[in-house]
Design a binder for this molecule. Structure first.
Ligand code: UD1
Length: 426
């Protein structure tokens, strides 16, 4: 298993491109199931999760081709063609490895009138149930059965009628599944208290490009008028706001100065606001975002929240940064119950973070030191990399496969900014 070795203490300087958004790509790819025409997605990041999703689509009989990708390029172009779907089951071996596989439930049900998906089971950042995905589909007329670890959804003859669902909790994935299923329903669907994340807007834009009729895009009340068929499209995946925010934290902790090419500041307001309050200069520039810090950081009090609030996917990286602030910060995680697994590892690097339930108190320390560390999820792993970039001496981050799930060519991008990093086999 690969690990990453970082010699900390270098100021990050320069410009790097922001990759296509993983979480957007993972909901755009299953849209290929909604049409028998080709769907071409540009700017797909090269990530293990995308390869996994491609494999899942192949299992359904969807053909996939990758074009225009030289090894030195960031991003890829994938064309998916679901002319004939030969299998409607997403098996345990694939779903277990990649939770986002649940996002095939809605589009497969819409296209084939039935879909069977393994229950994803637990995951490192908490329990993560899928009850809201199922309730939203039921409200649209699906019949749901749970048996032997699988969920089986069926539509009445002639397709889903459509319906209304008011989400009791904002859920990104459940909103995505419901949107994809509603696009070709017989009638109208209203989704209330829907997630508003930019990745949801990206999904709506693709569906509209395929012929869907959606009102309220960008808001929390969405109305979808079902259409009889969707057609193919070519679409560019939005830039990854979480990747951009992660590199902004990396730049800031080293007192560096970095331009993130392609970042969309308007989709990163909560992160940028937090960074500014911490004393980091964050400025929109033509075609991206410029981040500069002089090393002095202020503490913050902050809670994670659904968009447009501060993203749970940025909590671990911001915490790493706040380890170096002058004073104590208070972070509260409101989305996932078990998202502080990076804390003991940061503390092994000389940080002083105390957790109680959903709250973490981050006492700033004058310096961090390198250590061998590992994390059990993607963003937690990135927080250790960020800490390592500012730590004295050598940091080894193990279980690199987590980072490979979500950061395209991490060590190459860091090296472009002057960091001393290398990937080595364990
Ligand atoms: C997505 C993102 C993930 C991000 C999260 C929150 C993808 C592939 N993943 O995950 O990176 O951290 O949004 O921004 O896009 N919940 C239920 N029942 C459900 C569904 C969710 O109770 O059926 C709860 C969850 O346990 C959690 C909250 O709702 O407490 C939000 O989860 P959700 O927005 O659904 O997260 P994901 O879509 O899984």
């Amino acid at each position: 298993m690969d690990k990453i070795i970082i010699h900390g203490g270098k100021r990050l300087l320069g410009t790097i491109p922001v990759s296509g958004a993983k979480n957007s790509a993972l909901t755009l790819i299953p849209c290929a199931l909604l049409t028998d025409e080709p769907l071409t997605l540009r700017n797909l990041p090269r990530l293990a999760d995308i390869d996994g999703f491609q494999h899942l689509m192949n299992q359904f009989g969807v053909s996939t081709t990758i074009a225009g990708s030289r090894p030195q390029d960031f991003g890829r172009v994938m064309t998916l063609e679901a002319t004939r779907i030969t299998n409607t089951t997403a098996p345990y071996e694939l779903v277990r490895k990649m939770r986002a596989s649940i996002l095939v439930l809605g589009p497969m049900l819409a296209r084939m009138g039935e879909a069977t998906v393994s229950l994803p089971g637990g995951c490192a950042i908490g329990n993560r149930p899928i009850d809201l995905h199922l309730k939203a589909l039921e409200a649209m007329g699906a019949e749901i059965e749970l048996a032997a670890g699988y969920v089986r959804a069926r539509a009445p003859d002639g397709g889903l009628p459509g319906g209304e669902y008011d989400f009791p909790v904002v859920s990104v994935g459940a909103t995505e599944n419901a949107l994809m299923a509603a696009a070709t329903a017989k009638g109208e669907t209203r989704l209330l208290n829907a997630a508003r994340e930019p990745e949801i807007v990206d999904l709506c834009k693709l569906l509209v490009a395929m012929g869907a009729e959606i009102e309220g895009i960008g808001g929390s009340d969405l109305t979808i008028h079902g259409v009889t068929r969707l057609h193919g499209a070519t679409y560019e995946v939005m830039p990854d706001r979480i990747e951009a925010g992660s590199y902004a934290c990396a730049a800031a902790i080293t007192g560096g100065e970095v331009t993130l090419k392609g970042a969309r500041p308007e989709e990163m307001s909560a992160t940028n606001h937090a960074l500014r309050n911490a004393g980091v200069r964050v400025e929109p520039v033509k075609g991206g975002l410029h981040v500069a810090a002089d090393g002095a950081l202020r503490p913050l009090t902050l809670s994670t929240a659904p968009y447009p609030g501060f993203a749970t996917d940025m909590q671990a990286q911001l915490m790493a940064l706040l380890c170096r602030a002058e004073g104590s910060s208070v972070l509260t995680e409101t989305i996932f119950e078990n998202r502080y697994m990076h804390v003991p590892e940061l503390n092994r690097m000389g940080a002083h973070v105390e957790t109680k339930g959903r709250t973490a108190v981050v006492h700033g320390v004058p310096g961090l030191h390198g250590a061998e560390v590992m994390a059990t999820d993607l963003r937690a792993s990135m927080s250790l990399v960020i800490a390592g970039l500012a730590a004295a001496g050598e940091t080894q981050v193990h279980r690199l496969y987590h980072l490979d799930r979500g950061y395209e060519r991490l060590e190459e991008k860091l090296a472009l900014l002057g960091a001393e990093v290398e990937r080595v086999g364990d």
